[in-house]
Design a binder for this molecule. Structure first.
Ligand code: TYD
Length: 140
């Protein structure tokens, strides 16, 4: 597993894509070419224009985001550095290690964002306050 030290280490993972006359198929194999075994997925969609989401980090949960339709801008902050990704392809994934601060903006009206998570939903795993996030970083 690659070591993440700054936002510069984040990159879009190219998922296999099979293009045929009768359509496209993309896939991922967890714990093989994707970094963890998910216990949960969630979908974000029908986000009103101009609305943002996220603005939180997780202590332990790892996530993998795939924009399966439309587009969204995902900004990641890691070790006090930031990078913004334009997610708009169903055959690209963005891996989010623990302690990544994530902000999502510029959702297209038709955006469907699929996220896989390594843990079940646990409110205590969220860091929703930006100052608290930085305090948590100084302890690791
Ligand atoms: P939240 O993670 O805050 O959404 P976003 O990061 O997109 O702004 O979740 C929104 C609400 O949904 C919040 O009340 C928690 C709930 N929720 C679950 O019940 N289960 C889940 O798996 C997720 C991701 C959220």
């Amino acid at each position: 597993m690659k070591k993440y030290t700054s936002a510069e280490d984040f990159e879009l993972i190219a998922l296999p894509l099979i293009e045929q006359d009768f359509g496209k198929l993309s896939f991922g194999e967890f714990d093989r070419n994707l970094p963890f075994l998910p216990k949960r997925h969630f979908l974000i969609y029908d986000v009103p224009v101009g609305q943002h989401r996220g603005r939180h980090a997780h202590f332990e949960c790892e996530q993998l985001a795939i924009c399966v339709k439309g587009s969204v801008a995902m900004t990641v902050e890691f070790n006090k550095t930031r990078k913004t990704f334009a997610l708009s392809k169903a055959h690209q994934a963005l891996y989010l290690p623990p302690l990544t601060w994530v902000e999502m903006n510029d959702f297209s009206q038709d955006c469907v964002l699929l996220v896989f998570a390594s843990h079940y939903y646990e409110p205590k795993d969220y860091i929703r306050d930006y100052a608290e996030y930085h305090r948590a970083l100084s302890k690791v």
